[in-house]
Design a protein around this ligand. Structure first.
Ligand code: PEP
Ligand code: MG
Length: 576
């Protein structure tokens, strides 16, 4: 009997891994309350400080092992942890606890961590909430030094599939250097740094496979199928052979596709589809270019605000954007204005009170309009770089038309200032908006008329339509892009954009997911923006479909989706 564990698949080019299980005990460290005597307090403080120093040394050593050709964000992940280690908000709090309560270093660290976690859990922004993982990884590293536990993974793991309760980005780098075939974790989500890293390193992984370390055994042969987010064990020979063939096929396909990365993206009947890349950091541009992106469809600028004690000034925005624009050599670059939430000050350690329902709170455009001092330097920088390439401004989380008007007024004021200062910019810069709130999707026609372009953000659109927190493990199972209500809203936005002749793209995860692309094309989307690693696959997929046929099939799908199970309908579609 095959044993299977289900989690969330993380795969880019390599989507299948086959190897023996290696159980790594990398779970959270369990600490019991302990106190020290009055006269031992300062000794305990210096024991803690030494542990922090040693943890930093370990991380510097990991940093030195990162291959030169590795994506730039890998170094940044390690630097994030180093910054957290140096952050007085962490060590200062622990030292205070040791001094004021006589707690042991371990117990003080554990208590301080719990207090910080509560703050992280209030956060609205999905990315920032994943910072909680970083906090855990940093605290675990210090704890392991304090407890004198071995932290580095064992050696000789080549070709094995590592099973762990959780892994930090640093662990992933060390494991990759040992040429593991892939990994599985009990905890974690697709937006965690560990998952992002695995994706950019091309390491197949299944994260959040609850119970995997309990039900899978050391040394047994595992198959990791990241397309379906499953880990298979106890497979018969025929199953293993089938997966080996699939793995070989995928590898050959990637090699072939790379050679064709500069060819235009066309459907079988010759219709040109625009394939754009989503990026988070200026350094991601190279991946977009290597995978043949027609431009940047979503530049998530809020990453500029992370891991620092201050906010980026206009010049810093400008330099980052210039790097992206220069790297794209004239291709369009859509810069999304910052999408931080009520937790916007998380980056400088001064957290403001978060509302009880942060996902519905002061985030993205709402925050920018409320705090123009935060918004204006970014707008001025975007306008300044618009003199050097095809730059577009995209406003996130629009709900009301007046938000567009107010944002435009701020943009115009910035334009007037630049003009007075004699600084060049594109007067006709396109201003677009993200449709990611159901209200905006329903009122899409008005937004299409008020803006130069629209982009559907399905990650949030699904979250808000289906009333599920997109990063809550407990309700992940309800996250359903095929829900008729979601598809209906998408269709509404497509129709509204068409009637207003406003260009439309989609930049949520759905746009780069092979399961949805044919349907989206058939529904009328001709521009898709996705993580760079998905571009080649989607481009290849287009060649297998005639747009005219997809349109007929999509119409049939939409007509029957309320009465039949969408997955069954899709199966029938693929068979026909
Ligand atoms: C989305 O919501 O689909 C989107 C692309 O934005 P983000 O994932 O950054 O919220
Ligand atoms: Mg969004």
């Amino acid at each position: 009997m095959i044993v299977s564990c289900v989690g969330i698949g993380v795969g880019a080019e390599s989507r299948i891994a086959i190897g023996e299980a290696y159980l790594l005990c990398h779970g959270p460290v369990c600490i019991t309350p302990e106190w020290v005597a009055e006269q031992e307090i300062e000794q305990e403080v210096s024991r803690f400080e030494q542990a922090v120093g040693q943890a930093a040394e370990q991380l510097h050593s990991v940093r030195g092992q990162i291959p030169r050709d590795a994506p730039s964000d890998i170094v940044e992940f390690i630097d994030t942890h180093l910054l957290m280690l140096e952050d007085k908000a962490i060590s200062g709090g622990v030292i205070n606890l040791i001094r004021s309560t006589r707690a042991s270093a371990e117990w003080a660290l554990q208590q301080h961590r719990d207090a910080l976690v509560q703050v992280f859990e209030q956060m609205q922004d999905a990315y920032l909430r994943t910072r909680r993982d970083d906090l855990d990884h940093v605290v675990d590293r210090i704890l392991k030094v304090l407890l004198a536990q071995q932290d580095e993974p064992a050696s000789g793991l080549e070709g094995q599939i590592v099973l762990a309760e959780d892994l930090s980005p640093a662990d992933v780098i060390l494991l990759r250097n040992q040429h593991i075939a892939g990994f599985v974790t009990d905890y974690g989500g697709p937006m965690s740094h560990t998952a992002i890293l695995a994706r950019s390193l091309g390491l197949p992984a299944v994260v959040g496979a609850r119970g995997a370390t309990d039900c899978l055994r050391q040394g047994e042969l595992l198959i990791l199928d990241t397309d379906n987010g499953v880990v298979l064990a106890n497979c018969d020979r025929a199953t293993v052979d089938r997966y080996e063939d699939r793995r070989e096929f995928q590898h050959e396909r990637t090699v072939l596709l790379r050679r064709r990365s500069t060819e235009p993206a066309l459907t079988a009947d010759g219709r040109r589809i625009e394939l754009l890349a989503n990026i988070e950091l200026a350094g991601d541009v190279q991946a977009a270019v290597d995978n043949g992106a027609d431009g940047i469809g979503l530049y998530r600028t809020e990453f500029l605000y992370m891991n620092r004690q201050d906010v980026p000034d206009e010049e810093e925005h400008y330099q980052a954007y210039r790097q992206v624009i220069d790297g794209m050599h004239g291709k369009p670059v859509t810069i999304r204005t910052l999408d931080l939430g009520a937790d916007k000050q998380a980056f400088d350690g001064h957290l403001r009170e978060s509302s009880g329902n942060p996902a519905l709170g002061l985030r993205a455009i709402r925050l920018c309009l409320k705090e123009p001092a935060l918004f204006r330097p970014q707008i001025r920088a975007i306008l300044r770089v618009s003199a050097f390439g095809d730059v577009r401004i995209m406003l996130p989380m629009l709900t009301n038309l007046w938000e567009v008007e107010q944002a435009k007024q701020i943009i115009q004021r910035c334009m007037r200032e630049l003009q007075l200062e004699g600084i060049a910019f594109d007067r006709d810069i396109q201003i677009g908006g993200m449709i990611e709130v159901p209200a905006a999707a329903l009122a899409a026609r008005a937004f299409a008329e008020a803006l130069d372009f629209l982009s559907i953000g399905t990650n949030d659109l699904i979250q808000y339509t289906l009333a599920i927190d997109r990063i809550d493990d407990e309700v992940n199972y309800l996250y359903d892009p095929f829900h008729p209500a979601v598809l209906q809203l998408i269709k509404n936005v497509i129709d509204a954009s068409n009637s207003a002749a406003t260009p439309l793209s989609m930049c949520g995860e759905m746009a780069g997911d092979a399961r949805f692309v044919p349907l989206l094309l058939g529904m009328g989307l001709h521009s898709l923006s996705m993580q760079p690693a998905a571009l080649l696959d989607v481009k290849q997929q287009l060649l297998q479909h005639e747009l005219s046929t997809l349109q007929l099939k999509a119409a049939d799908f939409l007509q029957h989706m309320y009465s039949e199970d969408p997955l069954t309908l899709l199966g029938r579609w693929q068979d026909s």
